[in-house]
Every structure is written in structure tokens, then in C-alpha cells.
Design a protein. Structure first.
Length: 237
């Protein structure tokens, strides 16, 4: 479904990605793990068109999207829930959700209403807070809103950037349960996550990114057993 080929990204004179390559098969959850500053978010933002690659290619459903504008990438069926949530804090929950379907046509009115109801079923707390300003939500509720807003674009491939960041353990468990539900309903997911333990539990395939380079890849459950991964990312000696 998605193939990133030898992606190189620069921030001025600094190279952030040194030839990153990865694949996401339809129906999978694929996770990209690594420490802060490894280039995980840069990878997602480049796939989304928010950052331009210096070289390499991004192929989505058989076509290059490296030079496609971000809003057109959303129309193709690829949406992102960004690191830090990126909600519009001075707007209501309801208005934030509406913005998630902005790239869709008016002829999709019935489908948009259906997707909105699905999101509110996945995240029932948001239904209780539709008129509330998004900035007054808890951290966990803001993360739910960011994910629900991304789902309003009806993505075939959902990019999730650090969905558990800064959340209490109980909320982290809830977020990952919902990630499984979204995937089970047919949405393919590329997940960037510092919580390697949770990410490797839910994923089919995993990549380990260090200083802009993929250093390990394979079946997620097998990587979780690797001594190198256990020591570096799972807190086991």
C-alpha cells in the first residue's frame, strides 16, 4: 500500500533522514520506533507532504506522491494524527471534527455523517463534549479528538504520530485498544511511537530508526524478543 524508498530529508545543512526505506502492506499495523530525535516524526511529515524530501520516493497505491500537495494526499486516502495532537484549541470539539472532513466533497454529506457517528462511537467522551472548547479537554481527550478528526477524512492509511505521548497509563491502554479497533474495521495504520512495548504488541511489522537510519526491521513480535531491542527500548538488560 505504501513504500518509502531511500528517503533523504534535510533541515538546512543538517540531514535528518539518511536513506529511509519501509513498506506498509494493506490491512497491517506497522510501527516505527526509536528514541527522541531519531527522525520518526520527520518520516511521517514527509509522507504527508508537509516536508519535502531531498531525494528518494514515496509510493502510495502504486503512484509516487513525493511531489503531491498535502491536501491532495488527504484526498487520496492518507491522513495523519500529528504529534502534539494539533487540535484547534479555541474551536469546539464539534468544529474540530468538521474540519477533519474539509477535503471531502459536498456529495459525501451522508458518508461524512456516518463517519462522524463512527468516530463518536469509538470515542464516546467526545460525544459528551461536542460544544466544549477543545483547549479545555484533558490530554487524553485531546488525543482522542486528534484521532477522531483524522478519521473524518475516511483514510485508507492512517498515520499516528506518538498517540500515547504524555498520557496516563490507563488512557494509553484505552488509546491502543482503539487503535486495534480502527485497524480491525479496515484501516491500515503506520504508527510512530516511543512506547515501544505497546507499539510492538499491536503491530504486525516494525522498523527501528536510529539517527535517521533504519537499523532493524521485521515481524513486530520477533523484534520484541531481540536482545538489542529489549535493552534499548523495552528497559530489559
Amino acid at each position: 500500500m505504501l513504500e518509502v524508498r531511500d528517503l533523504r530529508v534535510n533541515y538546512g545543512a543538517i540531514r535528518a533522514l539518511h536513506g529511509v526505506s519501509l513498506r506498509v502492506e494493506r490491512g497491517q499495523i506497522v510501527t516505527l520506533i526509536g528514541c527522541n530525535g531519531a527522525g520518526k516524526s520527520t518520516t511521517l511529515r514527509t509522507i504527508s507532504g508537509l516536508i519535502r524530501a531531498a531525494s528518494g520516493d514515496i509510493v502510495y497505491e502504486g503512484k509516487s506522491i513525493r511531489s503531491v500537495a498535502p491536501h491532495e494526499i488527504v484526498r487520496l486516502g492518507l491522513a495523519q494524527s500529528p504529534e502534539g495532537r494539533g487540535i484547534f484549541s479555541n474551536m469546539s470539539v464539534d468544529e474540530n471534527l468538521s474540519l477533519g472532513s474539509f477535503a471531502r466533497g459536498r456529495h459525501e454529506k451522508a458518508a461524512i455523517a456516518q463517519d462522524r457517528e463512527r468516530a463518536l462511537t469509538l470515542f464516546p467522551r467526545l460525544r459528551e463534549r461536542l460544544r466544549q472548547n477543545a483547549g479545555t479537554l484533558s490530554g487524553g481527550e485531546q488525543q482522542m479528538l486528534a484521532m477522531a478528526r483524522a478519521l473524518q477524512a475516511r483514510p485508507k492509511l492512517l498515520l499516528l504520530d506518538e498517540p500515547s505521548l504524555g498520557l496516563a497509563p490507563q488512557i494509553v491502554q484505552l488509546i491502543f485498544r482503539i487503535i486495534r479497533e480502527i485497524n480491525a474495521a479496515g484501516t491500515t495504520i503506520l504508527l510512530v511511537e516511543q512506547n515501544a512495548h505497546m507499539a510492538l504488541q499491536v503491530a504486525n511489522r516494525a522498523y527501528v530508526l536510529e539517527v535517521g537510519r533504519i537499523v532493524m526491521e521485521g515481524d513486530a513480535k520477533e523484534l520484541a524478543k531481540s536482545d538489542a531491542v529489549r535493552k534499548a527500548y523495552l528497559g530489559h538488560g
